[in-house]
Design a protein around this ligand. Structure first.
Ligand code: PA5
Length: 442
């Protein structure tokens, strides 16, 4: 379901050099499996696909059906790991215009992903005119952005449907006992799901955090989990046949050669949000203790006309990871034109997919020859099954990568810095001293 091709890195890293990290990769895997490495209290994701029961999946499907039955719009409130996975999968499976062409399923919108006044006001204006329900997600139950959005939306729901009815339109996904959201959910009697203690935010897409929004959008979460289960099996194989090990060792070897920026490149517009999920997964997991590859992303061929120059010719500290999707859902050929004024008849009759493929092959070669190693990850198609597979593959590769760099891939201490400053500036009780210090620096 997924193939790693490394031939476009061998000008930079010899196969022997890759094999030399085999021992380190093996130790990283052992630390994961024996639950002996840093952050081992957050390894619940490791066997999550195989542990997920039919009952759990059915409970999620039932909840999604209930929400769908009363909603034109399902609003998902959450940020970071409580948002990006669901959006990545929904956008990948939705296709580009499904929201316009298929009215069978509700439109899934997102809130709590910023503190943008216009965004939230414009959202309320839309919600005035449509029936909607809300999935509010926060593991800690205290994150500012979703908490702010949820307060605004709760008031809106109450004024639109009344207090009692609005409660039926809210599903909370949070910790089993901690945090304000849990308190609210219990007091207001919202339907709720638990985020397991041992699964961190960015590793939580295969828990109700991702599964409920994805099922609400009308996708088959059984197949998603099946794909992830197969990935769990494959990503345990020995090094040579283990795509997550090969990927982790290739990027580690490149990092050690000074390639400190990894660009996730896709030629498929459905994967733009998948890149956002991937960036968070690797960025938040690896970027600590002064270490880490900076994860960036591009959508080709569009970005060849914006960032292509820099990738081809700029500072040689980057490598590229290309996700190649081998087949398309639809067929579209470039038509013949008698006059050929646009000089395109040399490719008329060709499928756009083939033209895109040639763009991909040509670009990868040009980048490699320009000093940018390219890791190719091939998947046969975009479907629930393959997306489930890729999710687990990247999670496993990310954990191994963290251990290769001797960091804890499962914490995010750096995220607290901006929050403290923001709370101090907003006058949160308890932050008075810090507020004084900050104000003197501004
Ligand atoms: O990966 C993580 O842990 C973070 O990105 C969190 O998901 C993010 O900060 C949101 O946190 P919470 O779910 O507690 O609101």
């Amino acid at each position: 379901m997924l193939e790693i091709e490394l031939r476009n890195i061998y000008d930079f890293i010899k196969p022997d050099e890759l094999n030399s990290s085999k021992g380190n990769v093996k130790s990283a895997n052992e630390m994961l499996l024996n639950r002996k490495g840093k952050g081992s209290e957050f390894l619940g994701w490791l066997d999550l696909p195989s542990r997920t029961s039919e009952d759990e999946i059915n409970k999620i499907i039932n909840s999604a059906e209930r929400l769908r039955s009363m909603s034109e719009i399902i609003l998902v409130i959450g940020i970071g790991g409580s948002y990006l996975g669901a959006r990545a999968v929904i956008e990948a499976l939705n296709g580009n215009f499904r929201v316009l062409s298929d009215k069978k399923f509700p439109l899934v919108l997102f809130a709590g992903i910023n503190l943008d006044e216009d965004y939230h006001k414009e959202l309320l204006d839309i919600l005035n005119d449509h029936d909607y329900s809300v999935i509010v997600i926060s593991k800690s139950g205290t994150t500012t952005e979703p908490a702010v959005a949820f307060r605004i939306i709760r008031k809106h729901l109450e004024s639109k449907y009344g207090k009692a009815n609005s409660r039926k339109r809210i599903v909370a996904i949070t910790d089993k006992s901690k945090g304000v959201l849990r308190k609210l959910a219990d007091e207001e009697n919202y339907e709720s799901f638990v985020i397991p203690d041992n699964v961190g935010g960015r590793f939580s897409v295969l828990t109700p955090v991702g599964l409920l929004p994805i099922a609400s959008a009308g996708f088959d979460i059984n197949k998603l989990i099946d794909g992830a289960r197969e990935s769990e099996r494959i990503c345990k194989l020995e090094f040579e046949n283990n795509p997550s090990d090969l990927y982790a060792s290739a990027r580690y070897a490149l990092y050690r050669k000074g390639k400190v920026i990894e660009i996730f490149a896709t030629y498929n517009s459905r994967l733009i949000y998948f890149a956002e999920w991937w960036k968070q997964l690797f960025g938040e997991s690896e970027g600590k203790d002064g270490k880490g590859i900076f994860p960036a992303s591009v959508n080709f061929t569009s970005d060849l006309h914006s960032l292509g120059q820099l990738i081809q010719d700029g500072c040689r500290n980057i490598f590229e990871t290309v996700i190649s999707v081998e087949s398309y859902r639809h067929t579209l050929e470039l038509p013949e034109d008698e006059d050929d004024i646009d000089d395109l008849n040399f490719i008329s009759g060709k499928r756009l997919g083939e033209i895109n493929k040639m763009a991909e092959l040509g670009t990868s070669l040009a980048h490699r020859e320009g000093g940018v190693p390219v890791i190719n990850i091939k998947v046969p198609e975009i479907s629930e099954l393959t997306i489930g597979f890729i999710i687990y593959f990247f999670e496993k590769a990310c954990a191994v990568s963290g251990y290769l760099n001797d960091v804890n891939p499962f914490d995010q201490p750096g995220v607290e810095a901006y929050k403290k400053n923001m709370f101090a500036l907003l006058g949160k009780p308890g932050y008075e001293d810090l507020a004084e210090i900050i104000k003197s620096k501004l």
